[in-house]
Design a protein around this ligand. Structure first.
Ligand code: RIB
Ligand code: CA
Length: 330
């Protein structure tokens, strides 16, 4: 691949607020050829998450429209669990509350529609067509990826790398003391992916909780760069940031999914350790926990490294990339 050729990418997302910020980055990134956005149940149900993806595309208005394909409605084995209390009832900060000066809805009826193609087939067809040139960035539970592996393991194993927002190596979880939300919702899918043999980069809470977006900074940015996109970023993050104000003592939000997107664009933003990682699927108190073997004398023949776990991040350089990529073209 030449230096100036765009890299084929697929985003798999559960359609929440930080997912939307990550999608804006990807849609504006000249280095990426965003082939498709596949949708999975997580932050919100898969139908609403699909609408949220379409909403982001309509607001960004990219020159090339990515295919949007609906995927898994629920985890492999567990009952569905959502995060509507954090992302808002619609998963995007309850956009219907916002009106224009003339009283019309600021976010009217969608005009774009999803593909009729099933997300799992989209993932497998892309793996077949683009092979090791393809990167998949996952921003939600890993149900679609695991289902694609179960349907046609050999084909999905052709992809170059999967960059996963999920897990926590040296820090506590967020949805439970042990587990991060994406792995907690579908631990069985996460473990299937850990065993896939595909090159994996795990962008966990160890690094995503080191990249924060204070409301004040977002407001300053939106004031300087007034656009449909910056207005949307203010509107969709209202409920999400209030959750952090009330529960984490800072008025802003962690940029979990945007950092995963940043790592897919520029892996030098993070320092990683190649480790053996598993995801607990049986634990009464630890279900969804990502357990990495960090022992000094680890036996790599018994526990062969299967992921590059992110342990450090250049937060300042990432924030520069974030603001450069959310900057609207309009
Ligand atoms: O734990 C954070 C992750 O869970 C993010 O992807 C967020 O969008 C939710 O899906
Ligand atoms: Ca997400």
């Amino acid at each position: 691949m030449t230096k100036y050729q765009k890299r084929p990418l697929i985003i798999d997302t559960d359609g929440g607020v930080d997912d939307a910020l990550a999608m804006i980055m990807a849609l504006n990134c000249d280095q990426l050829d965003l082939k498709a956005i596949t949708v999975v149940a997580g932050n919100i149900d898969v139908d609403q998450a699909t609408n949220n993806v379409l909403r982001v595309i309509e607001i960004v208005q990219p020159q090339q429209l990515p295919l949007v394909a609906k995927g898994a409605k629920k985890p492999l084995l567990r009952p569905p669990l959502n995060a509507a209390g954090i992302h808002g009832a619609d998963g995007l900060g309850e956009l219907s509350q916002f009106k224009n000066a003339d009283g019309s809805p600021r976010y009217p009826q969608l005009t774009l529609e999803p593909s009729s193609e099933d997300a799992i087939n989209v993932l497998l067809q892309a793996a077949q067509e683009y092979g090791s040139e393809l990167t998949i960035v996952t921003l939600g539970p890993l149900t679609n990826i695991a289902t694609a592996l179960q349907r046609d393991r050999t084909t999905l194993q052709k992809v170059g790398r999967i960059v996963i927002m999920g897990g926590a190596v040296k820090v506590s979880g967020n949805i439970s003391p042990a587990a991060e939300f994406n792995f907690f919702v579908d631990p069985d899918a996460a473990q299937v992916v850990m065993e896939s043999g595909i090159p994996l980069t795990v962008v966990g809470l160890d690094v995503t909780m080191k990249v924060t977006l204070p409301l004040q900074d977002l407001e300053n940015y939106a004031q300087k760069q007034s656009s449909l996109v910056s207005q949307f970023m203010i509107d969709c993050t209202g409920i999400y940031m209030a959750f952090y104000r009330d529960n984490e003592d800072f008025f802003g939000c962690y940029l979990h999914d945007p950092l995963a997107m940043g790592v897919a664009i520029d892996p030098s933003l993070v320092s990683t350790e190649s480790v053996y990682m598993v995801v607990e699927t049986e634990g009464r108190f630890t279900s969804g926990m990502s357990l990495a073997d960090l022992r000094a004398r680890r036996d790599e023949s018994t526990f062969p490294p299967n992921v590059d776990a992110c342990l450090g991040v250049d937060s300042d350089r990432f924030m520069k990339l974030f603001y450069s990529l959310v900057h609207s073209r309009d």
